[in-house]
Design a protein around this ligand. Structure first.
Ligand SMILES: C[S@@+](CC[C@H](N)C(=O)[O-])C[C@H]1O[C@@H](n2cnc3c(N)ncnc32)[C@H](O)[C@@H]1O
Length: 314
């Protein structure tokens, strides 16, 4: 039977939290038919999970620059599945349209994982490719989404979404991955994110509830259910320019984060924080992965001094 221990014994990058999120979402596709597709397989860590969710005559397409088929087959067997109905695609993802019959594959794929080249150009092209073959219930997963190491993964995916609002919508972001689905199925998946995701995650052993979504009505947003924000003071419907107490800023923000993490069992050394302002230094200092985004001069100096990633977004 599939377990995290078996997946974790396979070399690769796929994280425990993503294992839980994938299982929760793939369980939602139990009555959906469709093939599974991965770009960027390495030794088959995430592909093995997909192999164990393959049903009946569904296919598992595996594309990698240099696909190590024997290693991937061993990995799939090691999680208790048979490596059948695999379509091996060794070579760059840019060659996929020439290799496959895209007309025949129209709307046939229910899971599409982008974890290959990690450049903006490749992600954009792979989204165009995914759009040709992913079905109405399909989910597209983009690796290293919002990762400071690969900013173009995020900016190009968002550019694609902005240009093509009827292709995919952003369903969720978490644990280094972005999840997209078709606009038609967004309300259904969003309902699940809001009502069932937390329970499903804890059933698979993830001690976290901080997976973020919005309600199904907010189809454009990045997606947040669990958030805290300052409140503006209004008098007669006009904002006064002041904030209502308690104001979350500087050290107060950091101590709120500490308390929240303790209450929710969140490991702050595994957590990320992003800010543009030196006033957030306390917050950036309590997490293991701080990043400066379009920082002011003082924060830029501090980030350079500590070797924190600096994102310059336009
Ligand atoms: C981060 S690894 C994939 C990790 C894997 N999904 C796992 O679960 O461990 C990235 C893989 O993408 C492959 N890759 C890099 N550029 C590619 C491209 N243009 N087309 C297809 N695969 C590519 C690399 O060979 C490498 O095996």
């Amino acid at each position: 039977m599939l377990s995290w221990e078996k997946i974790d014994a396979i070399p690769g990058w796929f994280m425990f939290q993503s294992y839980c999120v994938w299982r929760a979402l793939l369980d939602q596709q139990a009555r959906v038919a469709g093939d599974l597709f991965e770009i960027g397989v390495w030794r088959g860590r995430s592909a093995s999970l997909l192999a164990s969710y393959r049903k009946g005559d569904e296919k598992l397409y595996l594309c990698d620059l240099r696909l190590d088929e024997p290693a991937v087959q061993r990995a799939i067997r090691s999680v208790g599945s048979e490596p059948v109905n695999i379509v091996p695609l060794s070579g760059p993802s840019a060659d996929l349209p020439a290799k496959l019959d895209l007309k025949a594959m129209h709307q046939t794929v229910r899971w599409f994982h982008i974890d290959g080249e990690h450049t903006g150009t490749a992600v954009y092209r792979e989204l165009e490719f995914a759009n040709r073959i992913v079905n109405t219930d399909g989910i597209v997963v983009i690796d290293d989404f919002f990762s400071p190491r690969y900013p173009a993964n995020t900016t190009e995916a968002i550019r694609y979404l902005e240009k093509n609002p009827f292709h995919f919508r952003l369903l969720a972001v978490g644990f280094n991955k972005g999840y997209l689905c078709r606009p038609e199925s967004l309300p259904r998946y969003m309902d699940f994110m809001a009502s069932g995701m937390s329970g499903a995650l804890s059933a698979y052993g993830a001690k976290t509830t901080i997976f973020k979504t919005t309600g199904p009505w907010d189809t454009d947003a990045v997606g947040i259910t669990d958030y805290v924000a300052n409140h503006l003071e209004f008098v007669n419907g006009v904002a006064t320019g002041r904030l209502l107490p308690p104001v979350l800023a500087a050290a107060t923000k950091a101590s709120w984060i500490r308390q929240f993490a303790e209450r929710e069992g969140i490991n702050l050394s595994d957590s990320y924080a992003y800010s543009d302002s030196m006033s957030d230094l306390p917050m950036l200092s309590v997490v293991g992965h701080p990043a400066a985004v379009n920082p002011d001069m003082r924060l830029r100096q501090t980030a350079l001094h500590h070797d924190w990633p600096i994102l310059n977004l336009k």
